[in-house]
Design a protein around this ligand. Structure first.
Ligand SMILES: Cc1cc2nc3c(=O)[nH]c(=O)nc-3n(C[C@H](O)[C@H](O)[C@H](O)COP(=O)(O)OP(=O)(O)OC[C@H]3O[C@@H](n4cnc5c(N)ncnc54)[C@H](O)[C@@H]3O)c2cc1C
Length: 396
């Protein structure tokens, strides 16, 4: 039996386990610092209150019990990796492997150059931070309902995919609450800031334009070319001398790979992503793969692929195949990934999509995003429930 360890139970890690579970002669272990899979792609809805906790998180132990063969789940942070001894360092000791898939993702990167940013803002790549932000949002709505007339300024800093989705969903919810809050609804403003001169930098101009239109329709103020210098408890100070009072702030400006536990000899880029070769392996260690957000993955044209769930899953599928081939004494062809497109949720039943070169927006894009999410969640949920049934049958 060969021991395959997957470190990280996110989009990439789960897909890797799923694909490896069908491979003969393999003993599978999944390790994660948390006991749940956090569906970050749906967090915009959770923050604004349109989705609940059970729609964005899944118990990993339960999920692992849904396979026909045993898949061990260990809840522990990975603290270290000794690639020569082939062991991972966990909370309660060491875990040996024959093959290792590093899928520990990324976290929000708060630039050190912006004083006070980390201290005063919420990130959304962690469930506890998203939870805190949602409750802050609900608290403000409740205060307004009780007649509180103080202005509430919600700052969303970073107008990439996640910032735009969160700002749009909050704008939509505030619009929905108009009848509930009456005149008080005008006292809550959502402002989306970005240092670039556009929202969704790097995305197609038609997608940017439809997102801008939708944000305007939802009453979200957009401020681009807004470079933040420092943040204090109630004020954001910009490089150009402007300042802006805020009630609470969410920061979605960038990511850094969760790769602190790998040896210094592993090459990384400027945002802590592990550099992998064309087989998604670490140079000198053919048995170690790094996938998803924690790695810098190149596409077929040599371009760096964006950190998305889609890339995490494709790279995971590739790893499973590469390990299977290796067990057969063969070597897989190099990874051939490309960016196939993206759905953006733009508040309520509205979205924008860029898919295989086609661009569209409105309810069709929203429905397609919902279908993709539904299929993903159904797969996860069925696995967890099958596990439940198997355990119950065993008890009988
Ligand atoms: C608001 C938002 C919206 C998004 N929308 C989209 C979208 O529409 N489409 C899309 O494709 N992508 C989207 N993304 C990006 C997508 O969520 C990420 O690219 C994806 O989560 C990456 O998957 P991953 O498996 O690499 O890492 P993650 O899903 O982040 O999983 C990493 C796992 O590793 C664990 N971990 C981390 N460090 C350690 C450690 N030291 N030890 C043990 N465990 C550890 C974590 O607990 C986590 O479970 C969005 C992201 C955000 C924040």
């Amino acid at each position: 039996m060969k021991r395959v360890v997957v470190a990280g139970g996110g989009y990439g890690g789960l897909r890797a386990v799923e694909r490896m579970a069908n491979v003969e002669g393999v003993e599978l272990t999944l390790v994660d610092a948390n006991g749940f899979h956090f569906m970050q792609t749906e967090v915009y809805g959770y923050i604004a209150g349109t989705k609940d906790l059970d729609e964005i998180a899944v118990d990993l132990k339960l999920w692992c019990s849904g396979f026909n063969k045993p898949v061990t789940f260990i809840q522990s942070p990975v603290f270290g990796l000794d690639p020569d001894k082939r062991v991972l360092k966990l909370q309660n000791g060491e875990l040996s492997y024959d093959y290792l898939i590093i899928a520990t993702g990324a976290r929000t990167r708060f630039p050190d150059s912006v004083e006070g940013l980390r201290e005063h803002s919420f990130g959304i790549k962690r469930l506890d931070r998203a939870f805190g932000f949602r409750h802050k949002f609900e608290e403000e709505i409740k205060r307004k309902l009780e007649g509180e007339s103080e202005r509430v300024n919600i700052a969303v800093v970073g107008a990439g995919l996640s910032g735009v989705e969160v700002a749009a969903e909050m704008g939509y919810m505030l619009k929905r609450y108009r009848n509930l809050l009456g005149e008080h609804s005008k006292e809550i403003e959502v402002v989306l800031f970005d240092a670039c001169d556009t929202i969704l930098p790097g995305m197609d101009a038609t997608i940017v334009a439809s997102a801008e239109r939708r944000l305007k329709e939802l009453g979200v103020t957009v401020k681009t070319s807004a470079l933040i210098k420092r943040v204090e408890k109630e004020f954001i100070y910009f490089e150009d001398g402007e300042m802006w009072g805020y009630s609470f702030m969410i920061f979605t400006g960038g990511i850094v790979g969760n790769s602190e536990f790998v040896p210094e000899t592993f090459e990384k880029n400027g945002i802590g992503q592990i550099k992998v070769d064309s087989h998604l392996q670490i140079e000198g260690y053919e048995e170690i793969f790094a996938i998803g957000d924690v790695s810098e993955i190149h596409g077929t044209k040599g371009e760096i692929l964006p950190p998305t769930a889609q890339v995490a899953e494709r790279s995971a599928e590739y790893c499973a195949l590469a390990i299977k081939k290796s067990l057969e004494g063969k070597r897989a062809e190099p990874f051939r990934g490309s960016f196939q497109g993206m759905f953006i949720a733009l508040g309520g039943r509205f979205g924008a999509a860029e898919l295989f070169g086609f661009r569209f927006s409105g309810i069709a894009a929203y429905i397609m995003k919902r279908i993709v999410t539904f299929i993903y969640f159904l797969g996860i949920d069925l696995r967890a429930n099958t596990g439940f049934k198997i355990r119950n049958l065993k008890k009988v």
